[in-house]
Design a protein around this ligand. Sequence first.
Ligand SMILES: Nc1ncnc2c1ncn2[C@@H]1O[C@H](COP(=O)(O)OP(=O)(O)OP(=O)(O)O)[C@@H](O)[C@H]1O
Length: 486
Amino acid sequence: MRRVDSDPKMRQTASAMGTKRPLPPKRAVGECAQKHQQLAWPMSSSSPIAAVGGSRRPAWDLKGKVTDMESKISNYQSKVKTVAQENESLKESVAKSRQKEARMTSDLQELHTQLRYQGTYEIHCGEMERRGLHNTIQELKGNIRVFCRVRPLQAGGQIDHIQLPAHDNKALTLAKTEESHIGRSGDTQKSYNFSFDRVFGPSIPQKDVFEEISLLVQSALDGYNVCCFAYGQTGSGKTYTMEGGEMEDMRGVIPRAVQQIFQASKKLQEQGWKFTFTASFVEIYNETLRDLLYTGKANKRPEHEIRKSTNNEITVTNLTYQKVNSEDEVCNLIALANQNRSTARTNMNDHSSRSHSVFQLDIEGENSGRDVKCKSSLCLVDLAGSERVQKSQSQGDRFKEMTSINSSLTNLGIVIAALANKESFIPYRNSKLTYLLQSCLGGNSKTLMFVNISPEVDSFPETLNSLRFASKVNDCVIGTASANRK
Ligand SMILES: Nc1ncnc2c1ncn2[C@@H]1O[C@H](COP(=O)(O)OP(=O)(O)OP(=O)(O)O)[C@@H](O)[C@H]1O
């Protein structure tokens, strides 16, 4: 093989081609610099040929190599500089990206807060709309509702004299065939038509009955006084409607109302409401009050008086007012009240049918965020049996009981009628029952009356009386209730 540097012809060609000489293998910059020095040292300016590695090379060739190396070093240096600049600009852009990320995170948080607020606001609006609609409906209907409930026959079978039209759940007809004194062919059918806000037939379950009053119960949490009572003769289903049985599907108005109140209050807590609940359970027998939550010695039972405070609040002296925080706590109190009632029942021969029992849940709510407070009472009352006993047939304690029951139920009717007529004087004090229920019955309250009727034919006269009383109540239009809010 011929070498370029030893062949003058090739050297000429290479020189003519400028830089097109074969390049040395690549080396590191430091190594090149060292080589440069080694190469530079033996060179003599006078000699065109220098010794390299023992071989002699022309000086111009070595100089070319040095120049080549220098240009490469300079290239590397400029590349290093470029990379360093790129690094700097990358660092800058990373810092900018971090700032941008921080800004975006904070924007996102703000957006979340806004969405959460908007969600709460929408829930709040939904809640306000629900309350508004419910209260408008209530105003249109008037603030006293009457529901009629027919108990199933004890012996089973078909009820003939009470007709409930299939297409109308508000009407009821009581029919009776009256024998004519001129013979059977002259028998006449006498019908009595009634209409109420709702009529429940014997097959309607507890759940469906409660569904009809759940909005009313709900409004107790909105600051309205609510009173629901069951009226009817003994054995017509008042206690079944108000308290019901222990099985889930048998539970009556009181346990279902308590459950609803506590469930709804939990939801309202999420919107900033705080509630305090106080329960009491009192029985009125022969115009005497008895604390059904009393746990002391039987012979140490205190006496009770109904008092009205300067701000028109009704309280009972020496009565147990128990703070409650859950549905379970209230259920325990109801069990205690039943125990107290059954003791009295054994001692006094079916005493419970002849006493009124009043369960009251006082509700105080506060939403400090919105600066609103509300106060209300939910009264659920199981009235004494309404049957009339002929004076001649009842004597002694029984006569006293019946007089007292009739008087308090009559007074209840009078109070409701006086409220409906917007009379300036309402005779609440005429009976312990109306005096105790004063704040729940007044114009600022929502009232619901159940009239419970027995379907047995021999109960016909009592059923007619009950329906007539309930109709009078149904005709009453108590003024618009307003929430007790500050
Ligand atoms: N809708 C109903 N469905 C099934 N059973 C009922 C219904 N209503 C009442 N009963 C049953 O009828 C019986 C009498 O009912 P309840 O004790 O509730 O009458 P009451 O009006 O409260 O009587 P009292 O005035 O003596 O307290 C009970 O055995 C009860 O379980």
